[in-house]
Design a protein around this ligand. Structure first.
Ligand SMILES: Cc1cc2nc3c(=O)[nH]c(=O)nc-3n(C[C@H](O)[C@H](O)[C@H](O)COP(=O)(O)O)c2cc1C
Length: 197
């Protein structure tokens, strides 16, 4: 009787560990698939993104971790034609997108780092990464853009002195003939970027 019970217990444990393992593998695979399928979209069509989807992307930015949970992020959603024209003057990397996000941080709110540093840049970068991946999950293309003129951006958006722009992210639906750049699959092998100690 004990043998039968042990065998039964073994089967239950084996089955439950198999299903856990599958779930874990599955979740892992889904995220890595999203991360590897995402690429920088550099040709957009003019289709407007539904406000409910923009809201979801913003929610992902709200959920991002920030140093000391200070939440210094300030996110501008640029959507009017007039403002997008201005954004095209601020950066050559808007790529015909119908909208863009400008992710900034408030230097009066960001946690301090060392004697005179700030976690603001890091926080804003994590925020925009969350947003980029949520957008990818929704089938919306993005490109992270660091190449912009900060003075003209501050002027175009009338940014107060305490708001520091970190990255611009044009977003929208990828044009039908949009392709990832050849660099998209160009990743160093793990043994070049990782060291175990
Ligand atoms: C901090 C940062 C700044 C970037 N700035 C620009 C930019 O100004 N213009 C641009 O076209 N792409 C920019 N990119 C996108 C990268 O060039 C791109 O992510 C990289 O080449 C890998 O390609 P992939 O995104 O298609 O995988 C930037 C990316 C990062 C992370």
């Amino acid at each position: 009787m004990k043998k039968i019970f042990n065998f039964f217990l073994f089967c239950v444990m084996a089955l439950s560990s198999t299903s856990c393992c599958n779930e874990a593998n599955c979740a892992d695979k889904d995220f890595l698939k999203l991360a590897s399928d995402r690429y920088s979209v550099r040709k957009f069509d003019s289709t407007v993104v539904e406000p409910a989807l923009v809201e979801k992307i913003l929610k992902a930015g709200q959920l991002a971790p920030t140093a000391v949970n200070a939440q210094p992020q300030k996110i501008y959603v640029v959507e009017s034609k007039e403002m997008m024209e201005k954004m095209n003057e601020v950066s050559p990397c808007i790529y015909g997108a119908p909208h863009c996000f400008v992710v900034c941080y408030d230097k009066n709110v960001a946690a301090h780092r060392g004697a005179d540093g700030s976690y603001g840049d890091i926080d804003a970068t994590i925020v925009i990464t969350h947003m980029m991946l949520e957008a990818a999950d929704l089938g919306i293309g993005t490109c992270l853009v660091g190449y912009f003129n900060p003075q003209s951006l501050a002027q175009a958006l009338t940014l107060p002195e305490n708001i520091v722009p970190v990255l611009v992210m044009p977003f929208g639906y990828a044009a039908k003939d949009c392709e990832p750049s050849p660099k998209h699959t160009d990743r160093k092998p793990l043994d070049q970027i990782v060291e175990y100690r």
